[in-house]
Design a protein around this ligand. Structure first.
Ligand code: GRF
Length: 184
């Protein structure tokens, strides 16, 4: 059984960096944003990169790459487009995972950190979940909570959340690949 993953991103790529640093083999990285800093991280690590601005073209090409590379898992790491129902349903169940900076089902969608602060939540955290057709609605794989302090800002909270993300995401990916998580 293949152990290969690919990463879809739109931005900084700090989670991609954490995945690479963990020694996980990334077959390729795809972005919808040609200026994503994550593409530079991939190139430095000698990982092939592809960019397609059009979502339908991106999905078509990724479908071909998944077969070509015999992928086991598609990892979304700050990918800011909603994958189509057709694309998600064309893949095996539990083939795509995502990381979200909140304790789902709280604070779904965009600006999850702002939402937590605006709601005066006492805690927030990180969720890793499978991707289905909805926005952050797929079944939850793992979550980790952090406390929100009174003087927290978007920036301070994001900083602490990313520390959690960079530890949790590579660990969960490793567990899925080694079948230590009973989701396959
Ligand atoms: C992360 O906070 C993740 O939870 C969200 O997008 C952000 C991506 O960050 N889905 P980075 O591009 O990996 O730095």
């Amino acid at each position: 059984m293949s152990n290969k993953i690919a990463v879809l991103l739109s931005g900084n790529g700090s989670n991609l960096n954490a995945i690479i640093n963990k020694g996980i083999n990334v077959s390729f990285v795809v972005s919808n944003n040609p200026n994503a800093a994550g593409l530079t991280i991939a190139k430095k690590a000698n990982i092939p990169t592809y960019t397609w601005k059009s979502l339908s073209r991106l999905e078509k090409e990724v479908s071909k790459l998944i077969i070509k590379h015999d992928l086991k898992l598609l990892v979304l790491a700050g990918f800011m487009r909603l994958l189509s129902k057709e694309f998600v349903n064309s893949l095996p169940p539990k083939f795509i995972i995502n990381i979200h900076p909140a304790i789902l089902p709280n604070f779904k969608g965009l600006n999850a950190i702002e939402q937590a602060l605006e709601n005066c939540a006492k805690y927030t955290g990180v969720t890793i979940h499978y991707v289905d057709e909805g926005i952050d609605t797929g079944s939850i794989i793992q979550q980790e909570k952090i406390t929100i302090y009174k003087n927290d800002t978007i920036k301070s909270l994001q900083k602490r959340l990313q520390v959690v993300e960079h530890d949790l995401y590579p660990n969960v990916i490793e567990k899925i690949l080694s079948k230590k998580l009973q989701y396959y």
